[in-house]
Design a protein around this ligand. Structure first.
Ligand SMILES: [Zn+2]
Ligand SMILES: [Zn+2]
Length: 212
């Protein structure tokens, strides 16, 4: 049996990028998407045109960074090959990697030259669970990644505040902060809070916890 080229047609035999001398065999991801699979590691190569055709049939392919942050638990045992760098089975160039910040996280690989994707065993299914299967190129976009990191930081900060103060007080602080920052004389309120804090004997504790 042969392998698939970037048009999804039969082409020369190609080896698994992660295993040595194992030929990729024709398969269909999710029973519909023509790809090439390694019977040894269970990884799959998805040629660009096959993917793009599939993607066009699914109009909703603008996953926001929040999308990944909100529903990030997945059923995946990351492959032992997940962190192994490898060459594109078609172009022989190193595949780019991006870390998908699900729980657990994993690396997705992509060829910048032919634009195909490599999924280690279980990763395609995981991307579908995350609702990201038809937004794969965005995951490699630096602007998308920057937005994602920013959202991740905001979420971590809020979580830290909830852990320290409890959900009710944390919510009040968020609302109060927004109110102060939106107010034309907000600096007056901030100065008042700072004055109270500086004159409070517990200020040393605040310093210890690196709050101020
Ligand atoms: Zn393999
Ligand atoms: Zn390639």
């Amino acid at each position: 049996m042969g392998s698939l080229d970037r048009c999804g047609k039969e082409k020369q035999v190609v080896d698994c990028p992660k295993c040595k001398n194992v030929v990729l065999l024709e398969t269909r991801l999710a029973g519909e998407l023509p790809a090439a699979r390694c019977s040894q590691c269970g990884g799959s190569w998805l040629p660009a045109l096959a993917y793009q055709q599939w993607q066009r049939e699914r109009p909703n392919h603008n996953a926001s960074p929040e999308h990944l942050l909100n529903g990030s638990y997945i059923h995946l045992q990351p492959s032992e090959f997940d962190t192994k760098a490898c060459l594109c089975p078609q172009c022989r160039r190193y595949l780019s990697r991006t870390r998908v910040e699900s729980k657990p996280p994993f690396f997705l690989e992509h060829c910048q030259e032919c634009e195909g994707f490599w999924f280690d065993a279980g990763e395609w299914e995981a991307l579908r669970q995350l609702g990201l299967a038809n937004s794969l190129p965005e995951l490699f976009d630096p602007q998308w990644q920057a937005q994602f990191r920013e959202q991740q930081q905001i979420q971590a900060e809020r979580q830290q505040m909830i852990d320290k103060l409890g959900p009710d007080l944390a919510q009040k602080i968020v609302e109060l902060t927004d109110t102060i920052l939106d107010h034309k004389n907000g600096d007056f309120a901030l100065a008042y809070i700072m004055r109270k804090a500086v004159n409070n004997p517990n200020i040393e504790n605040f310093k210890d916890e690196k709050i101020v």
